[in-house]
Write a protein that binds this ligand. Structure first.
Ligand code: ZN
Length: 122
């Protein structure tokens, strides 16, 4: 609460640190420490909130799941929430697996990128 009040006096009311410190009955040094800690917390919240939003954006972009048929190499996408398809819509084969949009396998991204067309499984 001290930090909140310090932030309010310094940044919202625009008081000089001396005046604000007086109002809170603390030394100017102490006030400076308090307000600094408060600003750091606000910054963390802002940056954290921003990061969360960015994550949300990415999730929205990948709301489609892409599957690859091992038999005929057909790839297709289904939206989330529809459940995993049981068979390939092209050849009706049941040997399908999920791939990441953009080509790579759903797991182990990076390491085995190049195997995506060859279909090599570990
Ligand atoms: Zn197929």
């Amino acid at each position: 609460m001290d930090e909140f009040e310090a932030l309010r006096l310094a940044d919202l009311e625009g008081l000089h640190q001396e005046q604000a410190a007086e109002q809170m009955n603390v030394s100017r040094q102490t006030f400076g420490r308090i307000v600094e800690a408060a600003r750091r917390k606000v910054a963390q919240v802002l940056v954290g909130g921003l990061a969360l939003r960015v994550e949300g954006g990415i999730v929205q972009m990948t709301e489609q799941r892409t599957f690859l048929c091992d038999q005929c190499r057909h790839t297709w996408s289904v939206p989330y929430g529809t459940g995993r398809p049981g068979e390939c819509p092209a050849c009706k084969g049941s040997s399908i697996h999920r791939i990441e949009q953009g080509g790579g396998p759903a797991k182990g991204r990076g390491a085995c990128r190049r195997q995506r067309v060859g279909g090599a499984k570990s």
